[in-house]
Design a protein around this ligand. Sequence first.
Ligand code: NAD
Length: 353
Amino acid sequence: MSVFSSGAYDDHEAVLFFHDKPSGLKAIIAVHDTTLGPSLGGTRMWPYESDAEALEDVLRLSQGMTYKSALAGLKLGGGKSVIIGNSRNDKSEALFEAFGRAVNSLNGQYIAAEDVGIGVADLEIARRETAHISGIREGNVGNPSPATAWGVFNGLKAAVKYRLGTEDLAGLKVAVQGLGQVGFGLCTHLKEAGAKLIVTDIHEQSIHRAVQELGATAVGTEEIIHQDVDVFSPCALGAVLNDETIPALKAKVVAGAANNQLAEARHGLELRHRNILYAPDYAINAGGIIIISHEGPNFDKEATMSEVAQIHDTVMKIFMRADKEKQSTAKIADLMALERIENEKKAKADKAA
Ligand code: NAD
């Protein structure tokens, strides 16, 4: 297993491996970049088939957090951690206390939060050993998903305005894939704005709720891509924009919450060539990290939700620049994130000189 020559290694500042024999903890913490502030990112618990797979995941995810926070204008860097294990069978107090000590050893350069397989209760245990945990009860913020949904709604509005020339969502047809915490919240905002909803989920119950409460039209999971709609909103899976799905899309706009929507970077350009406007995933789904960044005793929900709504302006800037430079919107999002980090590095160097 290689680290420095791994494809996902991107000049990470630190990659730390932790093993606590008594509790069985095996964890990796990756700190990608702390130029803009301490690195914040979720802890994922997953039964990885190999150490290499766990390493690849943590490296890729921590880099993603750097870009997401930078683009959202936050004073945070990017980091992530993974605990190798099965979240159903392998959890114990000792394991999360050991994880807390691991986080604490970085002296605040990494702040842990929830991710797949990890809940608030787990983080509360880790909190006994370290202050560097976010997304717990005492932080006042609560579940970040409503903020994510609010950000996606505002980003979607910007995309509709840019591509379809209207700010009015009344009568607009939106196909939503996935009716979970974010997808359902987004549907609620869309319904209030008068949009027509076409929805799918793998859970019958979620579909039923959307049909009953929001008057949505339900379609099968395989059919959602093919719908004759204005907007396609992926709120479930990654890699949903690929060689098979892109030619099938009838929507003119893709704007949804799911992470890593492009199967490969080239699919961003493919969408551009087909005149489908893609709102880059980590730009439009940053509402959750924005609200978490304000966690603490002075948390002001109203002010924070206004900040989340500014995702509208961020994606608008991306769309305009992508057209000017004839690039994919995803590539422009990366460039804008990197430019902010480079500017901060330069400012620090100038100050030190
Ligand atoms: P969730 O688990 O609550 O919801 C996901 C939904 O997708 C579930 O209802 C699930 O049944 C459904 N689903 C799974 N496979 C499907 C398929 N093949 N077809 C249709 N539906 C399917 O998750 P969430 O918190 O709502 O997050 C949704 C997406 O947004 C994820 O990709 C997540 O990584 C991303 N995201 C979430 C947040 C947040 O604050 N929750 C923040 C940023 C990004």
